[in-house]
Design a protein around this ligand. Structure first.
Ligand SMILES: O=C(O)CCC(=O)c1ccccc1C(=O)O
Ligand SMILES: [Mg+2]
Length: 335
């Protein structure tokens, strides 16, 4: 796309098919902004601003204020100077520019947006927190998933360790399991989980792989997580700690050599993310912010470009919305 665009935007609210429960709380409705850039030749680029303020991005209101103060005609210069305090806006506008080569499956039943079932082993699916995981995994396995992520730090650790014991004796041997604490464990609990996973790793009768424990401690406990990362076999992945490009660079600069969970939708500028990943070859796992199909497509593009080590991407379609393929027409009634 060229560098002068007509800019339009609409905010949206969409209820998840299944709410997400983490240490941060319960999340039922995704709110965001869909933007459309039309260049002088009439080419259209769609973008999505999908903030998660409780995770480290700007708030929806801050993103709306930014959009409202923009003129109807904007330029590349405006887009590539969006401040770092607005990472979800940086992603939404830049990806609209990059993907400006045509419609997003609009009007074609949105089939561009649905992940082919044949490739679901490349995706990680979220198991519900708590003992519901024991019932849900089989449906996802039958759909084709082979990597699962289970949220911990939601219930009492004794209860979660009990469910974990049942889970690892139930899941097929070839499964990869990720545990995501969302920063909700104490230092002692993190040590207990890591020791438990190391003991499992040493048990030849249970070949199931615990791929990593994600964000065991809160963001401010970086030094403790750095120390834990050298004390156990089980890998640790940072997520909340590296939510934005600024945090990502900071943790890398402070010596993090482990896994980095990248949420393209809120990390910030895709062009700067590419530069960082190419420069430092980090071990990245790409992860959804429960965006709609518009940001999902842009995020999957980045994941395909930047993924290393064949790690499944956290974009399982299990949290999809209703009417995924018609909602854009409903939102943008002149399509
Ligand atoms: O990464 C995944 O596997 C799924 C996405 C996910 O877990 C998530 C989705 C929204 C907000 C926070 C998180 C998280 O990883 O903590
Ligand atoms: Mg996480």
């Amino acid at each position: 796309m060229t560098n002068d665009y007509r800019f339009e935007f609409r905010s949206y609210q969409r209820r998840f098919l299944r709410s997400l429960t983490t240490n941060h709380g319960k999340w039922d409705i995704r709110e965001g902004i869909i933007l459309r850039l039309t260049d002088e030749s009439g080419k259209v680029g769609w973008g999505e601003i999908a903030p998660i303020s409780w995770f480290g991005s700007e708030t929806l209101e801050q993103a709306l204020d930014f959009c409202r103060q923009l003129p109807r005609e904007i330029t590349d210069e405006i887009i590539f100077s969006i401040p770092d305090e607005l990472p979800a806006c940086q992603f939404g506008f830049e990806s609209a520019c990059e993907m400006g080569s045509g419609e997003w499956g609009v009007g074609s039943g949105g089939d561009n947006f649905i992940t082919p079932k044949s490739s679901l082993f490349l995706y990680s699916a979220l198991l519900p927190a708590g003992e519901a995981a024991l019932n849900q995994w089989k449906t996802l396995w039958q759909q084709g998933y082979r990597t699962f992520k289970w949220k911990i730090g939601v219930n009492a650790i004794a209860d979660e360790l009990e469910i974990f014991e049942l889970l690892i004796h139930t899941l097929p041997a070839s499964t990869k399991l990720r545990l995501d604490a969302n920063g909700g464990l104490s230092y002692e609990e993190a040590n207990l989980w890591l020791r438990t996973c190391d003991n499992l790793k040493a048990n030849p009768e249970l070949p199931l792989e615990i791929e990593f424990i994600e964000q065991p401690l809160p963001v401010e406990k970086f030094q403790q997580m750095l120390e834990l990362s050298t004390s156990y076999e089980t890998a640790i992945a940072l997520d909340e700690s590296v939510a934005t490009l600024r945090q990502l660079a900071d943790c890398h600069q402070q010596g993090w050599q482990g896994i980095f969970v990248i949420k393209p939708g809120i990390v910030g500028s895709p062009s700067r993310l590419r530069k960082f990943c190419h420069q430092y070859q980090i071990d990245a796992v790409f992860s959804s912010v429960f965006e709609t199909a518009i940001a999902r497509l842009a995020a999957l593009q980045l994941a395909a470009e930047l993924s290393q080590n064949n790690r499944a991407i956290g974009f399982g379609i299990d949290h999809f919305f209703e009417q995924e393929d018609t909602w854009l027409q409903t939102l943008w009634n002149d399509l």
